[in-house]
Unconditional design. Sequence first.
Length: 178
Amino acid sequence: MTGKKKVILDSSSAILLEKSALLNELIVSYHVILTEAVYKELTMNSYASANLFKTKFEESQVDVQPLSAAFSLQQQVILDLEAMDIGEADTIKYYLTGKGDFVMLDDGQGARYCLKQQIPFINALIFPKVLYFAGSLSRENYILKTEEIRQLGRYSKDIISRAHELSRQELASFIPFS
């Protein structure tokens, strides 16, 4: 996994990528990190997909990381993150430890926090475009996968429009091995 960019993944994005058959591409292209909270959200329930995720993560090089008890945040950061679901909050907290290159999350509150704090992030809707710019998806497949994720997810018109407008230059830091 050396040399690969490190992405800290939340459960919503993982689910959308799995449903659109792009999770394997993420795992192959990046050093994927899940916090324990996200791993539990994906694998410790009664849904049929729980075993699928457990198997996929056990067979791949996905890191499941606990948040260190010694990790401390400023009080305001803690208050801002407490309003989020634990998976999104822990994903952002883990990024703040400095052990990841960017975050992939599909949560509006988490995205707003990342924008405000200048934390680099993308969502599942943008991932096909990143793969297209990396040469891993054809233009036709990029369009098909983007539409598939758009239909699976809950994206506002503004988010869909912004994802469509993003340039290669704006996404350069998310392209694997660039």
